[in-house]
Write a protein that binds this ligand. Structure first.
Ligand code: C2E
Ligand code: MG
Ligand code: MG
Ligand code: MG
Length: 290
């Protein structure tokens, strides 16, 4: 039905259609087939514990191998999928695929870390996310402790009460909740206190400013202090340099994620890293105190 709506819109605008609109509808049509064709896959990026330097989690990031021609990043197709019900199907696929992967690791006797999946606004607003999550966990016999859901501030703004209920239902399953891209939305600081969250992710735009300008780290400091005061874990995104890493560790940031520790990569790459760290003895974190 959503596809049909899309087609109608397409017809309506045909006369003054620009290249961008054509590209968009092209993507929409191809994306609706991508699921059936098995063209979607998840990459995993490690989240490293600040205290031990060990991988303690991974974020699942969606990729689309369009026509087998290479990977399309989510920024190019998630916004388009969000404009139709496609996002619900894709979103459910992502949650199911993460659970399938966790089950495969458990069955193979491999080390497992908690996997965080992103959800889209429209997927969250649909009202059945808790059921989708519960269904996927049950289907694969996965303990909820292995799953985390990353939401963004924007999802909480329109209907804070409805959002609270949904988050409580997801949390009641035993699944962790984190607030992604924190500081980039327009939510009130009070949101941090009123929603049942476990962690806050410092957006990479803030991490990037560490060491770049005199007060570049001011927001990072403030977010860490606020989150800790509210008993929330803090995860920094987009950690690319040693300087950023050391600064964040000194400030007591709980977990770090970014190219410095590992890029998003196929499940096999994460497996390798987890196996290596299982064999390696515990090493102190590479913290350079100044
Ligand atoms: P996000 O959830 O904030 O994910 C972090 C993004 O930052 C990822 O981009 C990741 O590859 C990138 N990143 C990680 N470390 C670094 C770094 O050190 N430097 C830089 N410059 N970038 C880094 P990606 O994979 O392109 O995903 C972009 C966004 O797409 C995600 O942002 C998330 O909002 C969305 N997304 C990804 N997968 C899904 C999904 O399965 N469902 C939904 N609804 N959205 C998704
Ligand atoms: Mg995320
Ligand atoms: Mg983010
Ligand atoms: Mg984002």
């Amino acid at each position: 039905r959503a596809k049909e709506e899309g087609r109608n819109r397409f017809c309506f605008y045909t006369s003054n259609m620009n290249a961008q609109a054509v590209a968009k509808l092209d993507v929409e049509a191809a994306l609706s087939r991508a699921l059936e064709r098995g063209e979607l896959l998840l990459h995993y990026q490690p989240k490293v514990d600040g205290a031990s330097g060990r991988i303690v989690g991974a974020e699942a990031l969606l990729r689309w191998n369009r026509n087998g021609n290479g990977l399309v990043p989510p920024g190019h197709f998630i916004p388009i999928a969000e404009q139709s019900c496609l996002i619900q199907h894709i979103g459910a696929w992502v949650i199911n695929e993460a659970c399938r992967q966790i089950r495969a690791w458990l069955d193979a006797g491999l080390p497992v870390v908690r996997v965080a999946v992103n959800v889209a606004a429209r997927q969250f607003a649909a009202g059945d996310l808790d059921q989708v999550v519960a269904g996927a966990l049950q289907r694969h016999g996965v303990d909820p402790q292995w799953l985390e859901i990353e939401i963004t501030e924007g999802m909480l703004i329109t209907d804070p009460q409805g959002a609270t209920l949904m988050l409580m239902r997801i949390k009641a399953l035993g699944v962790k909740l984190s607030l992604d891209d924190f500081g980039t939305g327009f939510s009130s600081l009070a949101y941090l206190q009123h929603f049942p969250l476990d962690a806050v992710k410092i957006d990479q735009s803030f991490t990037r400013r560490i060491g770049e300008e005199p007060d570049g780290a001011a927001l990072v400091d403030a977010i860490i202090a606020l989150a800790h005061r509210l008993h929330l874990r803090v995860v920094a995104e987009g950690v690319e340099t040693e300087l950023q890493r050391d600064y964040l560790l000194q400030q007591g940031c709980d977990e770090l994620q970014g190219y410095h520790f590992g890029r998003p990569a196929p499940a096999a790459t994460l497996e390798q890293h987890l196996l290596e760290q299982t064999r390696a003895p515990l090493t102190p974190p590479p913290l350079t105190l100044t």
